[in-house]
Design a protein around this ligand. Structure first.
Ligand code: GLU
Ligand code: ZN
Length: 483
């Protein structure tokens, strides 16, 4: 059997999108699982729709996800060029070859005529397809139009009354009657290949063996098979697999052109998601491992990725799950790695606690889903204090008593380090007889102003005596005022 070769073929018409990333990953995992090659090529023939930075965005984010192409325009091998705009002559030559073999024909129809055809067909309740007007032009008519320099496209002649079928890797057999197909344009009048044509030529030139792509391409596949047939490329076998749509919470397809936050890999990178958590999450969008274990390294994903377990039903995109996944990775990082990762995302001024920066950052390691989240959390614990809120939350007399006791113990303690803080707590227990929530919550409220946050025993020494006393006096003066 020939070596497995898959490809990811983005058009640089937008930035690297969740759906594209999932397609790239499935192709990568399938290739690597089978000791094959993974190729990235750029389909940029629709020049009007290309965006500046589109290609760079693809490569940059692939790298971030840990998906390494074996071949691409960045690391070319002998199957290039890997950018379609550099192969225009190759497509042109092949289109004219089909023309000379009588498998394709020139279409001189104008846009207006084609539009009118479609309207006529629709009025008659027929599928709007090309009426083959130009298929029946005589040799002389054709020559005259060429001499008159009338622009033309080249169309492939689709065989009548037959079917085109393939055994989809994930969906089983799909059969399409050719009567449902129109004669597709393969070369535009400006000499640029149409998408379906360029894809077939590239897949052949690059010796692609498996084409894994989104379900939205199912309608292209019969055309691509017809083009492959016409070009005589069939001695090299190729398999098609169409993966299911990714659906948002609203049940609608995540669209490439939808600009919301969750669509772009770039946004996850900017927020400080753990890169492999995003990859791991994407792998589970339409594929499930044999066991219940869902946290899987790239090596494990490659080992386990199995076509049988790719689903054909739509998969839900759940942002909360993505956050959960990222937290699973971040919370298990080694402290040093965590610190160097997280520091790139800090945008809060920590100079007030300059000797305790690492300690502060480590407080949140188990809690955060993405790095940037830490800024607000730190702000809430270390940079806001609202006595009014605290009074509102200090619900019982018992809690107030605990708070009062804590205040006097703090006043008696010279140095508030971890050891002394622990001592204060055990003394508090004895004096107030409070424990659990009734012990910790009033102190947490008094010290931080909020009900939730990192470990109290660690926060107190970081805040230090001065800051805590400052906070306490704010609280007391509010209490006195409101009496
Ligand atoms: N360039 C196409 C796209 O961005 C992909 C083509 C293919 O996978 O066959 O949707
Ligand atoms: Zn025509």
């Amino acid at each position: 059997m020939s070596k497995v070769r898959t490809r990811y073929a983005p058009s640089p018409t937008g930035f690297f999108h969740i759906g594209g990333a999932r397609t790239a990953l499935f192709n990568y995992l399938f290739a690597k699982h089978n000791n094959g090659d993974f190729i990235v090529r750029i389909e940029d023939t629709d020049i009007k729709r290309n965006v500046v930075g589109g290609i760079e965005s693809q490569f940059f984010n692939l790298k971030w996800l840990g998906i390494k192409p074996d071949e691409s325009c960045e690391n070319p091998k002998e199957f290039g060029p890997y950018i379609q705009s550099q192969k225009l002559q190759r497509y042109r030559d092949l289109a004219y070859k089909l023309l000379s073999e009588g498998k394709a024909y020139r279409c001189f129809c104008t846009q207006d005529e084609l539009m009118q055809n479609r309207i006529n067909a629709a009025n008659k309740g027929m599928t709007p397809k090309y009426n083959r007007h130009c298929l029946f032009l005589s040799k002389d008519e054709i020559q005259k139009k060429i001499d008159d320099k009338i622009p033309y496209t080249i169309r492939l002649k689709i065989s009548d009354n037959t079917t085109i079928s393939w055994n989809d890797m994930f969906r089983g057999k799909i059969i399409v009657p050719t009567d449902c197909l129109t004669d597709p344009v393969i070369l535009k009048s400006n000499g640029i290949a149409m998408y379906n044509f360029a894809v077939v030529v590239d897949d052949y030139d690059m010796k692609i063996t498996h084409i894994i792509r989104g379900e939205e391409h199912i309608s292209n596949t019969p055309y691509q098979i017809a083009i492959r047939d016409a070009l005589g490329f069939n001695d090299d076998k190729v398999e098609y697999g169409h993966i299911s749509l990714i659906i948002g919470k609203d049940g609608k397809k995540l669209s490439k052109r939808d600009q919301t936050l969750h669509q772009f890999i770039q946004n996850y990178r900017d927020l400080g998601f753990f890169p492999h958590a995003v990859t791991n999450f994407l792998a589970l969008l339409g594929w499930s491992p044999k066991t219940n274990v869902e946290i899987l390294s790239m090596e494990q994903l490659i080992k386990d990725f199995d076509v049988e377990r790719v689903s054909k039903s739509p998969c839900f995109f759940d942002f909360d799950r993505m956050k959960w996944m990222s937290n699973q990775y971040i919370s298990k990082m080694a402290d040093m790695d965590y610190l160097s990762f997280i520091k790139k995302f800090i945008n809060i001024d920590l100079s007030k606690f300059k000797n305790q920066v690492d300690e502060i950052l480590l407080l949140y390691k188990k809690q955060i889903s993405y790095a940037k989240e830490i800024n607000d959390l730190i702000h809430n614990t270390f940079f806001t204090y609202n006595p009014q809120e605290i009074c509102r939350k200090m619900i019982s007399e018992q809690w107030q008593k605990v708070a009062q006791n804590f205040i006097s113990l703090i006043n008696q303690t010279k140095e508030i380090d971890l050891g002394n803080t622990k001592k204060i707590f055990s003394q508090m227990k004895k004096i107030t007889k409070a424990s659990g929530k009734d012990l910790f919550m009033p102190i947490r409220l008094l010290v931080t102003g909020v009900e939730h946050g990192p470990e109290l025993l660690k926060i107190i020494p970081i805040l230090g005596r001065e800051e805590i006393q400052d906070r306490i006096s704010k609280y007391i003066s509010f209490l006195n005022k409101s009496k």
